[in-house]
Design a protein around this ligand. Structure first.
Ligand code: HEM
Length: 398
């Protein structure tokens, strides 16, 4: 075992409005303090550096999810979903839930996703030079359209879906005012998935249809259908919206990078990874320490909790040179932890990448240049996301 280090303390509320709006200075201070930092406000050990985040996420026998990944006790009582399960139970749910998100399934969706993105950008450039909102007019569109379609779910207001998605991330933070306010909102999602989905109304071949069939075949209990659908709806919207809005902002703020992309489309995939690295949508998730252990030479008691800061790891200069810079040529951008790593690595990553690729490709094909104004960040406990982004698209010949 490595030499045990004294554990530094970082006595700051990492979920205050100020910390949410200006997170990077806090992450830098925590990384400077050490590989593991005790945060009294959360009664939890923050893991701010890249290597230790990877170690913890890839050691899911010791750093478990089945006792909750949130930063409040009531939410940590709600377990047995894919993201809050371990071992065999997790492997079973993961196999079931990742099947419709596999390569073959996504290949069949590709054309539909690209066409939807092209139509959206065509409509927007038809009103050239008008200032638009990059969040509501662009970033919302694909995730909402595709998730409703794939899910095969009965109609529900888009605003409602977005409120549920944001609330599910607010609830994973501490029970501050945002967490409290999210409680009644999430009840709406639970009512919808538990009571309002009539199997007659779901689209044949959709995810909802598949979940009902799995219950008919006895693979899952009928009561689990709603949980399976919540597992799908909650993490699939706001995350991808955040990723898309952040990408638009970064390209608008770094016009040389936009120009690089215009010249070389082979950089699209790396640009998307780099945007997820530099503005990571999911700030952090928790893990429960199942047995006494050490991380980066720091002793951790059994039954304590850690906070794995994906967003801080992604700006760690030990891993990424000049980490605050958005550089689409960065060779190791795909090593980012924006989708996590290890047993719980995101199963929707390739769908999210496909949606972001479709929007970016449609923009590059139709827009010569883009201007962005001052972004307004949303206040969400767990998500780094924009509330609005003024954007102006200048149509071109592609
Ligand atoms: C840019 C978009 C996205 C980001 C940044 C993102 C981020 C993440 C992260 C960081 C994790 C790891 C959780 C952990 O380690 O505890 C995760 C897991 C997960 N994500 Fe995503 N996600 C995105 C899109 C999606 C989409 C589109 C879906 C569904 C269609 C989805 C479904 C899930 C599920 C079900 C898990 C849990 C996997 C497991 O526990 O095995 N995500 N995501």
């Amino acid at each position: 075992m490595a030499t045990m280090l004294k554990i530094p303390v970082y006595d700051v509320d990492l979920f205050s409005d100020e910390s949410i709006l200006n997170p990077y200075e806090h992450y830098a201070k925590m990384r400077e303090l050490g590989p593991v930092v005790y945060v009294p406000a959360l009664d939890c050990y923050a893991v701010p550096r890249y290597d230790e985040c990877c170690t913890a996420l890839r050691n899911s026998d010791t750093f478990i999810s089945g006792r909750g990944i949130a930063f409040n006790a009531p939410m940590n009582e709600i377990t047995h979903s894919i993201i809050t399960s371990d071992g065999k139970e997790h492997a079973f749910l993961r196999k079931l839930e990742s099947a419709p998100l596999g390569r073959k399934a996504l290949d069949s969706l590709r054309e539909r996703i690209f066409e939807t993105a092209e139509k959206l950008i065509d409509d927007l450039v038809a009103q050239e030079a008008e200032w638009r909102d990059g969040v509501k007019d662009i970033a919302y569109f694909l995730p909402l359209t595709i998730v409703m379609e794939l899910g095969g779910l009965p109609p529900v207001g888009r605003a409602e879906m977005l409120r549920w998605a944001a609330a599910s991330f607010d609830l994973l933070g501490p029970m501050n005012a945002r967490g409290q306010a999210a409680l009644p909102v999430i009840q709406g999602l639970l009512n919808y998935v538990m009571n309002d989905i009539d199997r007659i109304a779901v689209t044949p071949g959709s995810w909802a249809d598949r979940a009902f069939r799995l219950a008919d075949d006895g693979v899952i209990a009928h009561e689990q259908v709603g949980h399976l659908l919540a597992d799908f709806i909650a993490p699939s919207l706001d995350t991808t919206i955040a990723g898309t809005a952040n990408l638009l902002m970064l390209l608008g703020q770094n016009r040389d990078q936009w120009e690089r992309l215009k010249q070389d489309r082979s950089k699209i995939a790396n640009a998307i990874e780099e945007s997820l690295r530099v503005e990571t949508p999911v700030r952090c998730f928790g893990r429960f320490v199942a047995e006494e252990t050490e991380l980066g030479g720091v002793p951790l008691p059994a039954e304590s909790r850690i906070a794995v800061f994906f967003a801080s790891a992604n700006r760690d200069a030990r891993k990424f040179d000049d980490p605050d810079r958005f550089n689409i040529d960065r060779a190791n951008a795909p090593d980012h932890l924006g989708f996590g790593t290890g047993a719980h690595q995101c199963i929707g990553a390739n769908l999210a990448r496909l949606e972001m690729t479709a929007i970016l490709t449609a923009l590059l094909d139709r827009v010569d240049d883009l201007d962005v104004g001052e972004p307004v960040y949303a206040l969400n406990n767990l998500l780094r996301t924009l509330q609005s982004l003024p954007i102006r698209l200048h149509a071109g010949t592609g």
